[in-house]
Write a protein that binds this ligand. Sequence first.
Ligand code: FAD
Ligand code: NAP
Length: 339
Amino acid sequence: MSLQIRERVSLKPFNTFGIDVSARWFVDVSDDDQVRAALAWAREQQIPVLPIGGGSNLLLTGDLDVLVMRMASLGVRVLADDGHTVVVEAQAGEPWHPFVQQTLGMGLAGLENLSLIPGTVGAAPIQNIGAYGVEIKDVFQGLTALDRETGELRDFGLADCAFGYRDSLFKREPGRWLILRVRFNLTRTAHLHLDYGPVRQRLAEQGIEVPTPADVSAAICSIRREKLPDPAELGNAGSFFKNPVVAAAVAERIKVEHADLVGYPQADGQVKLAAGWLIERAGWKGFREGDAGVHRLQSLVLVNYGSATGAQLHALAMRIQADIAQRFGVSLEMEPNLY
Ligand code: FAD
Ligand code: NAP
């Protein structure tokens, strides 16, 4: 199918903050040939390209003089099955949560804790998405990406991706790699991760003693629906800041004044602080200025009540960062990608 490149397209429906900026050029790409054709067109016109998936990890601060290339390739297939481990490959444009549900429907475990995360399969490795004690790296088999510098396809294994906490090689080399499809090692026998947050308790409340992966998914969906704003109703990009990982001495220093500091010791001796706790303690929970605000239930989530601009949300984020640095001596790093 030929490419349909459109001019001056509002990006409001294509970012979960619902920010109304426009792309000079916009195209949906559904397969490798369309990806290559769109990149060739942009090269000829000397226009930068910005790939997007579901737009759930973006903060757009102005009109974009680029070709926005929305990854819309679909398809899920089984590549290998040894009776225990099943390798499943999904195209980059597959919406993440329906893909998780599809694998659970196939009787496969591994992705249940990552239920209800918005976005696409192709973007999931970029920040090594994680929730409720599981990260994509835990079930990652490999991916195929296009090197935009050379035009060549490259297969990445787990060790090649340098996955870290909400981080990967792809995040550290922005603009270079275009992820086309991702492969997952899923299993017929479940090793469930229930010891994180209120998961086990929610299952108990539901009277489930021996949960299946589908039960865990349903419990996590119900917890998330209670705590997190639905972008269809209130614009947001999920957690706006990463949880800062600090030296144990820093955590101890803060604890002298704040005995109830929430922190989780890491294997390397450092401590991961709950950024939401720091922001709430600093008094930002529920703050609103114009249409930009901090969610009233979850202080890690910045929200757009309607017509906030990306610049206003960014300004609010920087005020929060400065306040947290001044109060606690801790620097907060933004999680969404700023354009
Ligand atoms: P986009 O926002 O479209 O893009 C993100 C970045 O990836 C951009 O830099 C873009 O250029 C690049 N990109 C997109 N697709 C590709 C591709 N195929 N190849 C190369 N680059 C690409 N995240 C978590 O980790 N855990 C959570 O629990 C979680 N919960 C969330 C809850 C809510 C309500 C919201 C709104 C967000 C949440 N997020 C969470 C953040 C977000 O959903 C994830 O980071 C998701 O993987 C982003 O996918 P996307 O398709 O929307 O990416
Ligand atoms: P929560 O359960 O209220 O916990 C607050 C923070 O403490 C979380 O950010 C989590 O860190 C950390 N935490 C909780 N239990 C932990 C444990 N047993 N060991 C280590 N760290 C622990 O968090 P929440 O806001 O409701 O989110 C629930 C999960 O969904 C979290 O994993 C969170 O990361 C994920 N989530 C992510 C986004 C996003 O946009 N990135 C948005 C919504 C939810 P971690 O964040 O490191 O897990």
